[in-house]
Design a protein around this ligand. Structure first.
Ligand code: DHB
Length: 368
């Protein structure tokens, strides 16, 4: 009886290990969404079952299997890194369980299972906007430095293609290991190559280390600009990066400084519930993912199985703290604005301040 009146969300996140900040941000956001929207929808009590996959995809897969088979969850959610999302995809397909990807951002993820819906972003979305901005702003020769796995390879490829199309040039493409990266030898090489700018993608949590080593090597003083997707000026770490971060231009879908009434409320409530913590783009992916799940449950009146829930997730259109967004019904991927931002000090704090917007950006990876 309890089972019939319960709706279970299996939330799998890296709560420990290298990607722990992603888990901390998404858990906080999911709990905030529930606190604000109640834990009963269409007569069902929502139960959030949180599991720590430590950012290891074999563990993600085992946990997903257990959640589906033993806990009989209605939805799988979370997925801090691409390999974790991909490892779970076959389980979502076989069990017909919607898999809401709240963090991972390699373009191809949504093609790994027809049950995947994404509320995070894609690296091609974020990278292309910056490759349009750069050559108009005196940046012609660029070296790219990315984490050597799915999202990094997407960022490298789509940035390079668009920059080249725009008459710029990627003079060298460097890839650094995802696990325990040492940026020093790569940055030394970039210093010697002396491009106009260094384009960086590293996953959430690694940006501060890149920034520190970039500044320690005096790369900025040598005339090399740091640019990248917003992962590098992650709001989780930005305020502690120091004045050296001022002026860094990035492109992304979310800034905690986004000047909408909804975002101001979100940032304030998030901070209040979490000892002043600032939400980052991971938090917003988690918050919006919960919205997509809640509204699918509401639309199916609490009666739907996996297929009905999935259908009710497709095409959802709503305002997010990031701005307007929707779930493309064909691709099940997120469509949202991409903002160009510059790090500035506002009210004593370092922020990604938006100065331009490209509206309703679909994943460029889907049209290839
Ligand atoms: C992925 C992880 C991140 O932390 C991030 O900022 C972007 C992408 C990923 O593994 O897909």
């Amino acid at each position: 009886f309890a089972q019939a009146n319960t709706f279970k969300i299996g939330l799998i996140l890296p709560m420990t290990g290298q990607q722990a900040s992603t888990g901390r941000q998404i858990e906080a956001a999911a709990r905030l969404y529930m606190a604000q929207n109640g834990d009963t929808v269409a007569g069902k009590k929502i139960e959030l079952i949180l599991k720590d996959d430590t950012g290891v995809p074999d563990v993600t897969k085992r946990l997903a299997q257990e959640l589906v088979v033993s806990d009989k969850v209605n939805v799988l959610a979370g997925f801090g890194i691409t390999p974790s999302a991909l490892a779970t995809a076959p389980i979502a397909t076989q069990s017909k369980t919607p898999q809401v990807v709240m963090a991972a951002a390699t373009s191809s993820i949504t093609q790994a299972s027809p049950y995947i819906v994404r509320t995070s972003f894609t690296l091609p979305q974020a990278s292309v906007a910056l490759a349009d901005w750069a050559p108009k702003n005196g940046i012609k020769k660029v070296v790219t430095l990315v984490s050597d796995y799915g999202p990094g390879i997407d960022a490298e490829k789509f940035f390079k293609e668009r920059l080249t199309f725009n008459g710029g040039q990627v003079t060298e493409s460097l890839r650094v290991p995802l696990r325990n990266p040492d940026f020093a030898p790569f940055l030394q090489k970039v210093r010697d190559l002396k491009p106009d700018a260094l384009f960086v993608f590293v996953p959430s949590g690694a940006g501060a280390a890149v920034m520190k080593q970039f500044l320690e090597r005096g790369m900025d003083k040598a005339g090399i600009k740091l640019i990248g997707t917003g992962d590098v000026t992650d709001d989780d770490q930005l305020n502690d990066m120091g004045d050296g971060a001022l002026g860094v231009v990035t492109s992304h879908h979310y800034s905690a400084h986004h000047p909408s009434a909804m975002n101001k409320k979100f940032v304030e409530a998030f901070g209040k519930a979490n000892k002043g913590m600032r939400p980052n783009f991971m938090a917003v992916g988690g918050y919006d993912g919960m919205r997509v799940i809640y509204e699918a449950l509401r639309a199916t009146k609490g009666q739907g199985g996996g297929d009905a829930l999935l259908e009710a997730m497709k095409g959802q259109i709503f305002e997010s703290p990031r701005g307007p967004m929707f779930i493309d019904a064909q691709t099940r991927d997120v469509v949202h604005n991409i903002y160009l931002r510059k790090v500035e000090r506002k009210d004593g704090q370092l922020h990604n301040v938006e100065f331009d917007v490209i509206k309703d950006v679909k994943d460029p990876g889907k049209t290839k």
